[in-house]
Write a protein that binds this ligand. Structure first.
Ligand code: XIL
Length: 358
């Protein structure tokens, strides 16, 4: 770490204080694996978390590939590091995620596993153990878990299919099973299906399939409490009509909403810093204004507080090679216009009224 910048939230109420006014928490992802520096070990990053946040989420450390070392084994070192920091700082913790339904995120040892003559019961036992081990370990600390992540192929609307799902007799069966296992392990924990459907062109298929999935889960009586809206924006203006139509259907089925992974890609915005930061802030504000107009929408979590640590530096690269500026704070740890946009959206939020009322 070369810089001497000192992290500083702007004067005035923190984002968490503003979120609390409407009964919500504001928070961020934090990581313990990013080279060369882990944000959980960065004193400036953790100082900002303490100043601005009420809740944290581990960016990778609780995923199957983040803590499972084999079919029967776990390594909790990194996940525990984050949980310990949250506890010490007095911050809540969300769990992300118990089962990432995409084959590409399943480790080789599970892809290659032979589930035997009774695959559904073998896979079910694996899910039971995985879910229970994680939920038990953070019982009382993690009160909201992403149980299943990204189960739909966005382009086709079909289910993602893993060997685990195949063994269970299908993806819907696997999802249903995982949520029931989670409910058994944590009767009072908020159980979330988390995905990244948006309003953009090409996302209609994704939205439609997520609605169908949520509908099917309702029919089955699957214990799902909320839809996690990842909220990786692309900087384009929100199509309010399309987006509200989707959200209305979700809350109409009795689901709550959470903004689980908010950030803004800036690849389609100009290189000029002022213009770019304004574009990012405007896109973020317009989106959050809609989300926070729903009384059923709960916490807001950014997928990283500071650009330096953002996954967008790898996954959302700009063609001109400049650093992506999709987080509330810049690489100098100073607040950017997006921070003020989040603050304004929180100030104008409809009070949260989470409990699903039929
Ligand atoms: C991303 C992390 O930010 C990266 O560090 C990692 O390499 C890949 O996963 N949707 C999710 C998150 O649910 O878990 C993803 O996080 C971003 C997209």
């Amino acid at each position: 770490m070369g810089g001497h910048a000192v992290a500083a939230a702007p004067a005035g109420p923190s984002l968490q204080a503003l979120a609390q006014r409407s009964g919500r928490n504001f928070g961020t992802a934090i990581n313990a694996v990013r080279a060369p520096q882990e944000s959980v070990l960065d004193a400036q990053y953790t100082a900002l978390c303490r100043q601005e946040c009420g809740v944290l989420v581990a960016e990778n450390e609780m995923k199957i590939y983040g803590l499972r070392t084999g079919y029967d084994t776990f390594d909790f070192t990194r996940a525990d590091k984050i949980a310990a920091f949250a506890k010490e700082a007095g911050l809540a913790l969300r769990g992300h995620n118990l089962i990432w339904a995409r084959p590409q995120y399943m480790p080789k040892w599970i892809k290659d596993h032979d589930f035997g003559a009774q695959p559904a019961s073998a896979a079910g036992a694996w899910i039971d153990n995985h879910v229970k081990t994680l939920m038990d370990r953070y019982q009382g600390q993690i009160t909201s878990w992403d149980v299943v992540n990204e189960a739909i192929v966005p382009e086709t609307g079909a289910y993602e299919v893993t060997t685990l799902a195949q063994a269970m007799g299908g993806t819907l069966e696997m999802i249903d099973y995982a949520f029931r296992a989670a409910r058994a392990a944590g009767p009072k924990v908020e159980l979330v299906y988390n995905d990244y459907m948006g309003w953009e062109n090409g996302s209609a298929t994704h939205r439609k399939s997520v609605l169908k999935l949520l509908e099917d889960l309702r029919k089955k009586g699957t214990p799902v409490d909320a839809l996690g809206v990842q909220s990786h924006l692309d900087g384009s203006p929100v199509d309010e009509r399309e987006w509200r139509r989707f959200l209305d259907e979700v809350v109409g089925m009795g689901y709550r909403l959470i903004v689980t992974e908010f950030d803004v890609r800036d690849g389609n915005l100009p290189a000029d810093l002022a213009l770019r930061d304004k574009g990012v802030a405007d896109a973020g504000k317009a989106f959050l204004d809609i989300m926070l107009s729903y009384k059923q929408c709960g916490d807001v979590l950014a997928w990283g507080l500071v650009d330096t640590y953002s996954w967008l530096q790898g996954f959302g690269r700009r063609k001109d090679g400049q650093q992506v500026r999709g987080c509330p704070y810049g690489a100098d740890y100073q607040a950017k216009p997006l921070r003020e946009a989040v603050a304004q959206a929180l100030i104008h939020a409809t009070p949260y009224q989470g409990a699903a009322k039929a």
